[in-house]
Design a protein around this ligand. Structure first.
Ligand SMILES: Cc1ncc(COP(=O)(O)O)c(C=O)c1O
Length: 347
């Protein structure tokens, strides 16, 4: 079974019979502002990719860790993790996962035959965790935006160490927060893995690069399982430049924060307008990379999704079909978004 995600613009454009170039694609949480591509030497296209010590040094500095594995996106870790953990800990049977969250996690653990216990907004009760179990935390969560503090996560980490279990922190969207929210500095044990995604904050999802932050033991296990040539040479060079460019990162955080504020205000203004008979939005959650809207009436999400698609605006209908997630739009795209809302709510 293939899960549905955002980013399927070609398919959606065909479905609504609107040319691909006429769409505003807000279906993912990828930054609309991307890191400028540096000049790429010809040999990086010609040669097989080699391990880049410069990229690894840049990543260690950016993630503030002693060991990091470069991968073809954090998705490649999510996919092989259950089997590697099962081989290491055959007694392990149970995984705790957020009920709402990036569904590839549940998919991978289900395939490996795990007993899945979903938790809602809050983490499962710490005293209820089973021996050898796995706790997956998407921090901040996509799509709910929920962020757990390092202090809380460290309590769960200590418990899982005592239980011979595993704590997996997926930090795909954490770059918009200050670096002290990350668990990357806490992986000096066999019971913690941190997944980092490059494409979202740096706006370059197409180059497919991600990182596993883990101790030596897990670094070697995943490296052996993934095999050679995970990441192409041009992608490694781009990531090296981006991870070292502190002033660009600072500017990016600031820009995304500003854009998110404007977009959140626009959503509230257009969908909770006085002249509408009632307010549509119940709540907006999210991060500076996406905004997730819940509605008073559950059916509003799927209706509005369809009406926006008819206007050439593609957002993400939540898996439960009761929320809409909007990626952050560029300044110049806000007019199209506002017009699409106007038409959608008056249709
Ligand atoms: C929470 C979360 N984790 C991981 C991923 C995988 O991202 P990538 O493989 O690009 O690092 C995604 C993709 O959308 C995601 O939403």
């Amino acid at each position: 079974m293939t899960l549905l995600h955002g980013g399927r613009l070609n398919q959606i454009a065909q479905q609504y019979n609107i040319p691909v170039d006429d769409w505003l694609d807000l279906s993912t949480g990828i930054s609309p502002l991307s890191y400028p591509i540096p000049e790429i030497p010809l040999q990086l296209w010609q040669q097989l990719p080699q391990e880049s010590t410069a990229l690894i040094a840049a990543a260690k500095q950016y993630y503030q860790c002693e060991q990091v594995l470069v991968t073809n996106g954090s998705q490649s870790i999510i996919k092989i993790l259950p089997n590697l953990w099962q081989t290491h800990m055959p007694l392990s049977k149970t995984v705790y996962l957020p009920e709402r969250g990036y569904k590839e996690h549940a998919h991978a653990w289900r395939i490996a035959g795990y007993n899945i216990c979903f938790y809602h907004d809050e983490l499962p009760a710490i005293d209820m965790l089973e021996s050898n179990s796995v706790l997956v935390v998407i921090n901040p969560n996509n799509p709910t935006g929920k962020l757990f503090s390092v202090e809380v996560l460290k309590q769960y980490q200590s418990k899982l160490i005592a239980l011979n279990g595993l704590l997996v922190i997926d930090e795909a969207f954490i770059d918009v927060f200050s670096s002290d929210q990350s668990m990357c500095t806490t992986v000096n044990n066999d019971n913690t893995l941190v997944l980092r995604s490059f494409g979202k904050f740096f706006g370059l999802a197409g180059i497919r690069i991600g990182f596993l932050v883990a101790n030596n033991f897990w670094h070697n296990k995943f490296s052996n399982a993934l095999g050679p040539w995970q990441v192409n040479g041009p992608a490694q060079l781009i990531a090296e430049h981006a991870l070292l460019d502190i002033s660009w990162q600072k500017q990016q955080r600031h820009n995304l924060h500003q854009l998110r504020k404007q977009q959140e205000a626009l959503l509230l203004e257009r969908l909770n307008r006085e002249e509408l008979s009632k307010e549509l939005i119940a709540e907006i959650n999210g991060t500076n990379l996406f905004l997730t809207v819940s509605f008073h009436n559950k059916n509003t999400a799927s209706k509005l999704y369809h009406l926006l698609c008819q206007q050439g605006v593609y957002c993400r209908l939540g898996d439960e079909e009761d929320t809409l997630r909007f990626g952050i739009a560029k300044q110049e795209e806000l007019t199209k978004l506002a017009q699409a809302f106007n038409k959608a709510v008056t249709t």
